[in-house]
Design a protein around this ligand. Structure first.
Ligand code: NAD
Length: 348
């Protein structure tokens, strides 16, 4: 077990990679009173390095990258190695598979690290979701925050485990890529994941241990959110009101309704824009309340997932748990308050 920082000292966090997830986690940390961003690693001297440089100190992966930043006239404070020297912990938000290469570097420097869902569960043997297993990460050195889809499924399924041993069958309609990406598709196609179950089911079960879950997934040409169709079988009959009550206790689940003409992910994203969310981020999993239906022992619902942001609060809570800064309830409450989670106020 690596050294735990004195809890009176503000946690110094280095962010390795400033892409979709890294930039959001960095900004979320600036809203916290018990942690701060020491700097961010940028690999390319592009427009986003100029944007990042206005807010954070820039570091580069290694000495070989220094020149290109110097030539572009972008100020650099040092390399990842220097960032490690100044940080208590790293949030690794590098592209899928890079975390595996980076872990030995963090281990050598005796620094803790949070990895993202693009890495395998086996990298840390601890996959994290704040509602489901906050306490499992207490004092741990390496934690993996599960992917956007897995986070969404766990958020709405974990509370249902209070009704007994549930069986879950979920179908995922996945966005092709993120809005800033001009390279990836599909453009005019629907692409089924031919591996069944898709990796999401086993990933959910790595957090909600023993859950009977099977998932199938297709990719579609959109950048605006994923949508899940979820079917849950309970051991006994459960009332819709009881299910809704469980979900409504949780700020990280929000509700919309077709009755208000919220009939698509475009309109959900529009609500985020119109209600002043930064970057139109929706940390909450958005559930269509009119879709929630009970047939015998079975529950059916649709939920939408803002893939770029739902894992952000989980990263903040993972850091608090790893450094034993707060209890589960206090950490979630703090994260939610500072990120205005649960305040998706619109309409009546
Ligand atoms: P991204 O491509 O948006 O960002 C990755 C960034 O890393 C880019 O800015 C890239 O230039 C930079 N980079 C490349 N090589 C680097 C290096 N050697 N050192 C430092 N930076 C380097 O990727 P992302 O979407 O932020 O994904 C990061 C992780 O988060 C992945 O594991 C992914 O699976 C996971 N994740 C992504 C999403 C999503 O929807 N985008 C959601 C949840 C989890």
């Amino acid at each position: 077990m690596l050294e735990i920082t004195n809890r009176d000292i503000m946690l110094k966090v280095g962010i390795n990679a400033y892409g979709t997830i890294g930039k959001r986690v960095a900004e979320a940390i600036t809203n916290q009173d018990d942690m701060k961003v020491v700097g961010v690693v940028k690999a390319h001297p592009n427009y986003m390095s100029l944007v990042a440089g206005k807010k954070f100190k820039i570091f580069v992966p290694d000495k070989n990258t220094l020149n290109s930043f110097q030539e572009a006239g972008i100020r650099v404070e040092g390399t990842l190695q220097n960032l490690l020297d100044e940080s208590d912990v790293i949030v690794d938000a590098t592209p899928e598979g890079y975390g595996e290469k980076n872990k030995p570097i963090y281990e050598k420097e005796k620094k803790k690290a949070v990895f993202q869902g693009g890495e395998e569960h086996e990298l840390t043997n601890l996959s994290f979701n704040a509602y489901a297993n906050y306490d499992e990460a207490r004092g741990k050195d390496y934690v993996r925050v599960v992917s956007c889809n897995t986070t969404a499924l766990i958020r709405t399924l974990f509370p249902l485990t209070d009704f007994g041993k549930i069986k879950v069958r979920a179908n995922l309609v996945r966005r092709a890529t993120d809005p800033d990406d001009y390279k990836k598709g599909p453009i005019n196609s629907i692409v089924p994941d031919l591996k069944i179950p898709s990796h999401h089911g086993p990933d959910v079960a790595s957090v909600i241990k023993g859950l009977d879950i099977q998932t199938m997934a297709v990719k579609v040409p959109t950048t605006l959110m994923h949508v899940h169709f979820v079917n849950v079988t309970f051991p006994n009959q459960v009332r819709k009101e009881d299910v809704m009550e469980k979900w409504k206790m949780l700020r990280r689940i929000a509700f919309v309704s077709g009755k208000d003409e919220v009939k698509s992910t475009s309109q959900i994203m529009d609500i985020a824009r119109e209600t002043g969310r930064t970057r139109s981020d929706l940390y909450e999993i958005v559930l269509w309340n009119d879709s929630v239906s009970i047939k015998g022992n079975e529950l059916f619902y649709y939920q939408a997932v803002h893939q770029e942001s739902d894992v952000v609060p989980e990263n903040i809570d993972a850091l608090r748990s790893m450094f034993e800064l707060e209890s589960k309830e206090k950490s979630i409450e703090k994260t939610d308050r500072t990120l205005k989670i649960g305040e998706l106020a619109y309409g009546r």
